[in-house]
Ligand binder design. Structure first.
Ligand code: HEC
Length: 137
């Protein structure tokens, strides 16, 4: 016979993984429906990214590790930063839900051409759109 107390325990255990995965997905997440208004890469960087990656894009270590984007050879391929901004990774937030394709392309093009990075091939909004899951009909 299952007692109500045991049922409560089971309920707590069942909901735990959901909380744990939320915590692992990063410290920063945005409420549903929230969007950023900034459009150009510089404003997006200054209002959104520099809080973690710093104004000089040299990153920071302290409570967490925020990698430098300045002089970063990992930005040589445009799809790597594109996927990171779109989908997040570790403590890097997911921006795919709060920015449109053009905003993501603009901020990626900005960091790849500033802070000692001089990659000239541009990421297009269409390339971001192609990375998103297909829309339900
Ligand atoms: C809440 C803090 C935070 C914000 C805001 C943030 N990032 Fe990050 N970012 C991180 C962390 C932490 C990592 C390292 C992720 C990992 O691999 O664990 C990271 C990694 C990256 C990387 C990969 C760097 C490398 O060397 O692999 C890129 C590119 C990047 N961020 C770009 C951006 C851009 C562009 C923005 C603004 C749209 C942004 N980030 C906003 C925390 C943040």
């Amino acid at each position: 016979m299952i007692k109500p107390k045991n049922l409560l325990c089971a309920a707590v255990l069942l909901t735990l993984p959901a909380f744990a995965s939320q915590a692992l997905a990063g410290d920063v997440s945005f409420s549903r429906g929230y969007t950023f208004e900034e459009r150009d890469g510089k404003s997006i960087y200054e209002n959104v990214c520099q809080g973690c990656h710093m104004a000089d894009a040299k990153g920071a270590t302290g409570a967490g590790r925020y990698p430098a984007l300045a002089e970063n050879p990992r930005l040589a391929g445009k799809m790597y930063p594109a996927i990171l901004v779109l989908k997040g990774q570790g403590a890097m937030p997911v921006f795919g839900d709060v920015m449109d394709d053009e905003q993501i392309a603009n901020v990626v093009n900005y960091v790849r051409s500033q802070f000692g990075n001089a990659y000239t091939d541009k990421l297009t909004p269409a390339e971001i759109a192609a990375l998103r899951p297909p829309k339900k009909p």
